[in-house]
Design a protein around this ligand. Sequence first.
Ligand code: PLP
Length: 369
Amino acid sequence: METKKVFNFGSGPAKLPQPVLNQAQRELLDYDGIGISVLEMSHRTSDFSKIINSAETLLRELLNVPENYKILFLQGGGTGQFSAVPLNLIDLKEGRCADYIVTGTWSAKAAKEAEKYGKVNVVNPKADRYTGIPDSSSWSLNPSASYVYYCCNETVHGIEFNFIPDTKDVILVSDMSSNILSRPVDVSKFGLIFAGAQKNVGCAGVTIVIVREDLLGKALKECPTVFDYKVQAENNSLHNTPPCYSIYILKLVLEWIKNNGGADVMEKLSKQKSSLIYDIISSSNGFYSCPIDVTCQSRMNIPFRIGNIDGDQDLEKLFLEGASKLRMIQLKGHRSVGGIRASLYNAVTVEETQVLAAYMKEFVKKHQP
Ligand code: PLP
């Protein structure tokens, strides 16, 4: 059946590469000639072992993950990791805390969750509105912190780190849920990286955790076993039933990334796509505005307002209605910030971004006073 072309700029779960969907469709009823679907396959079979092992091998290769790091495929989403990180890494010894660099909704939520388990120190000044990353010279990092945590790309606000915070010898932890594999990253600089798959590398259900081996085995006794990184690492993420189908989709997406040039090419394309949109915003004489400091505007999620900095509600509604008529969907900003948000993850093509860019240009012409 021929499906109608839709332009999906959703923030997640997000667009998957078309070849991945095609392959999943072909293999849905009969995976690799074995006569059953991956949906019906035991996680203890050699067929599933091949799937999970190749997902791990691909991820290791694409991100150049050093040998002394374990890769885990867990459930519970990014939100689960907001708890799992402190439960595994926080040290309750007198005077020790965990440092959180809070730059938006997701790092704020992570910090709040961590407070349940230990002492949290928010290292940067509290913002009324998240519009950037405070200069690192203003951060009060604690040299004896258990770890320093930050969110590499704030999906709601569209704030992305284009540098790795220097934490000296303190363990660095990063939530890369919305920008993993959109560029190369030096994994050796981190103690732990985690990412839900449903934006850049797959569908909802599986969360990737990349953790340095020497950090295993330090979980608080209250840590649920399914979240204990050591237990999961010792069992190749099969302590309990893993999200088998999501891991299979992850493997297909990783193959697709590899076949399309890997993290370097994803980075090049992400710059090209995001520049198309940011250029229109900055040359629109204030018709469009993006509230985020130019130094940390996200390549993945571009929030913008129409008419003025707080948004002209009527024009924004008109913009979304017009976009939807042209089958450009999921462009509405997050309910907490309003406005418009275009998400340009790996699976969104340059051509699709050009369609949005052309529409934005047309809209200015029609509605600029
Ligand atoms: N971290 C980031 C950066 C996110 O964008 C999200 C969700 O969008 C989360 C964490 C939470 O992920 P989940 O909904 O899978 O728990």
